[in-house]
Write a protein that binds this ligand. Structure first.
Ligand code: HEC
Length: 160
């Protein structure tokens, strides 16, 4: 092979390699940027629910709309994607229960346990449960969400 031919072949090889690496990187970045959580709620429901959520201090214990640190120190389950784990009826009954631990046992001290919201107006409990049920997770992150919830609730490692 002449030096000129070597150079041409070498250049083609380098260009091919470069484009393969670049497309792989691109796919990886796309996936990392893809946030798995979304809501199907209307703007009106979301706004009302966010206000009720704020006034009642839900965020003192729960996190929502954050991708950071699934295992952070807040002892309560993360609510992102909760609508893919629970139905609206279940959520409404849970918020309406005088004793939420009868529906979902707690492993925590009294001050960290889910309080009863049975005394909230019914319309607030309806809006909240509708909104919570609208918080979905994409399929590729469902198992991870289940695992995080299980580990928060039980303090034990999740096995399929
Ligand atoms: C004092 C802390 C605290 C506050 C405030 C709180 N929660 Fe909770 N919540 C918990 C804990 C802890 C659990 C897990 C069950 C338990 O340990 O009682 C829980 C469980 C839940 C669950 C069930 C999660 C699952 O995995 O199925 C939902 C839904 C929920 N809370 C919604 C709310 C909403 C909505 C509010 C505000 C109206 C709220 N929580 C306020 C601590 C809290």
């Amino acid at each position: 092979m002449k030096a000129g031919e070597k150079f041409v072949l070498g250049s083609i090889g380098a260009i091919l390699l470069f484009s393969v690496v670049r497309s792989e990187l691109h796919v990886k970045q796309e996936h990392e940027r893809d946030i798995p959580y979304y809501s199907t709620a209307s703007r009106e429901v979301a706004e009302k629910a966010n206000e009720i959520y704020r006034v009642n201090g839900c965020k003192e214990c729960h996190s929502l709309w954050t991708m950071k640190d699934m295992m952070e120190t807040v002892p309560a389950p993360i609510l992102d994607g909760i609508g893919s784990l629970r139905t609206e009826t279940w959520l409404y009954d849970y918020l309406s229960s005088g004793n939420p631990q009868s529906m979902l046992p707690s492993r925590l001290k009294k001050e960290y346990k889910m309080p009863s919201y049975a005394s909230l107006p019914e319309s607030d409990r309806r809006v909240l449960s509708e909104y919570l049920a609208s918080l979905k997770v994409k399929d590729w992150y469902l198992e991870q969400t289940r695992k995080a919830e299980y580990e928060k609730l039980t303090g034990q490692e999740y096995k399929k």
